[in-house]
Ligand binder design. Sequence first.
Ligand SMILES: [Zn+2]
Length: 344
Amino acid sequence: MPDTADLSGYTKIDLKGHYILPGLINMHVHLAGSGKPQKKQRDNEKLVNTIMSTSLTRAIAYRMVAGFAKDELLSGVTTIRTVGGLGDFDTRLRDEIKAGSKIGPRILASNQGISVPGGHMAGSVAVAASSIPDALSQLKKSKQEKVDLIKLMITGGVLDAKEKGVPGELKMPPEMVRAVCEKAHADGYLVAAHVESPEGVRVALENGVDSIEHGAKLTDEMINLFKERGAFLCTTISPALPYALFDRSITNATEVEQYNGNVVFEGIIACAKAALANDIPVVLGNDVGCPWITQYDFWRELYYFHKYVGVSNSFALYTATKRSAELAGIGSLTGSIEKAKPQT
Ligand SMILES: [Zn+2]
């Protein structure tokens, strides 16, 4: 596009072939993981219990989490939205960064998510609520920790499924989704939900969820539900891609895991395409903490968005900056380079 802006009164700076860009916004982050692939699936619940059981191991884990947040910043990400973490680490770190005692990106924090017994991440970065009162008391705890958003784990994930074709099985009862969303909204919080199947998308949107994390193939009914709800989609191509496309000798995935990885990978891409075609807002997150995703490679998610969803490079950049800032409610602080806007 020819630059026709009137620049009188401005100082021109020659960037010598470089570009200037607002800080990237990674909308789906778990600060507790390095992304290092494991030979065998770990028992995350056991691991987290061990880590959180003594003040020494908790302090080590907090240092690790703070280091990961710094990695995000040093890779060009100036805002992260956390969607499942250890204890109250995310809000603590958010406040320390804000106060200037730690270096890291702006954090929109959910702390631990809410799952159900046997549900996604239950016992690790989410608590297992066995009843609606249980879920509501976790919501109260999150509120006391001054979180910025609430995270629900409504369906299972790729590696949770034990059979072919059932990744993203519905785990959380619809009544629980509704009860949490109603109370969270009354208290002024938005609710993000881990969803990896069509049934999960429907249950989430029918019961008040504000953002679908990951997604699945959409029907016309679900597209209408998205619009009625005014919900947005957080596309995450990075976590499903290795299980779908890497050779199993590299991922150590079973045939079932690879099959399901492919279902989720294709579902996420189809969901993003359908959302964009129907004017449903889309943001990007790389689900770092999952195997093969590091705290410094959010740029890959933008590249995948371009490659697999077919958007232009500039649209991918817009999505990971201005669009995300608006949908995260921080559009006046970040997302674009404008006069009187803070640096990040
Ligand atoms: Zn996640």
